[in-house]
Design a protein around this ligand. Structure first.
Ligand SMILES: [Zn+2]
Ligand SMILES: [Zn+2]
Length: 283
């Protein structure tokens, strides 16, 4: 079964990715949440070019990706679930939950460590918020994330199908929760109990540092609520809030070449441990 999963992986991932992306793009046209500030052609061209570049760099750098490592771990008996007797469905559910927690913690770390924030802030520098924002990650961040994910898979020994499911779902939810779509408020209230919604994740893309450093979940919303990083709504409201970072605000900053050098330009302001941007409540 593992070999079948491994052989089908690229097709499953690409088909899921393209169908969710097209669905979100159509939904954004039919029911947009916010008015666009930037012409779609600039952002879409550069954000999609970045995904292609990220994918090529990732494939050239890593001889094996997460699903492949899960298959190898199964064969060699590496990791927790390859060494204990657990029902298959328990292994799948627990593996998916722990992988999601790892991604959440990694996201918090990328906001807290100044050098990592320089890489991750490129995701936040997008001046509009739509499905392609969910694809905007610096190639070096992608490589570090893959390293962390491989370490988690090696330690956990999850079923290969759990890793594949996790990655396909995460990819789909990232497109969904960055989409500029208008979910009716009562629907949002229910959906965000189970999965991060666009209104929940948009708070994370606010220029207000307190809001930037909240709502770190990409998939399951529970970690933010459990661990105290949940902010329900942006202070200025979804229509009036400012998207992006204070630092990179020109249209030229949205081009691929500028995105790639952003980690090196200017100070590492606005990260979770940067006290210069938060006012002392006693003052
Ligand atoms: Zn972030
Ligand atoms: Zn985001």
């Amino acid at each position: 079964m593992s070999e079948t999963i491994l052989a089908a992986e690229p097709t499953i991932r690409l088909a899921a990715f393209l169908s969710v992306l097209v669905t979100m793009a159509l939904w954004e046209v039919a029911a947009p949440r916010r008015r666009r500030d930037i012409p779609r052609v600039i952002r879409w061209t550069n954000n999609v070019a970045l995904v292609v570049l990220d994918t090529v760099i990732l494939r050239l750098t890593f001889p094996i990706v997460a699903v492949g490592l899960a298959v190898l771990a199964e064969e060699r008996g590496w990791g927790l679930f390859n060494n204990i007797e657990a029902p298959f469905w328990v292994a799948i559910v627990v593996s998916m939950l722990l992988l999601d927690l790892a991604i959440y913690l990694q996201h918090v770390m990328f906001h807290a460590v100044p050098a990592l924030w320089r890489l991750h802030r490129m995701h936040h520098a997008d001046l509009d918020f739509d499905a392609t924002t969910g694809l905007r990650f610096h190639p070096v961040e992608i490589l570090i994330s893959m390293g962390i994910k491989l370490a988690v898979v090696a330690a956990l020994g999850p079923p290969a199908v759990a890793v594949l499911l996790f990655e396909v779902i995460l990819n789909a939810t990232a497109l969904f929760n960055h989409a500029n779509i208008d979910l009716p408020r009562p629907v949002d209230q229910v959906v965000r109990l189970f999965v991060v919604t666009p209104d929940m994740h948009r708070v994370h893309h606010s220029t207000e540092p307190r809001e930037t450093n909240s709502n770190f979940g990409f998939n399951i919303p529970w970690w933010d609520r459990l661990l105290g990083t949940y902010v329900a709504q942006p202070a200025k409201g979804h229509k009036a809030m400012e998207i992006g970072l204070g630092q990179f605000r020109t249209r030229r900053d949205l081009w691929l070449d500028r995105m790639l050098v952003q980690p090196l330009s200017g100070p590492a302001r606005g990260g979770a441990l940067d006290t210069s941007t938060t006012k002392d409540p006693l003052e």
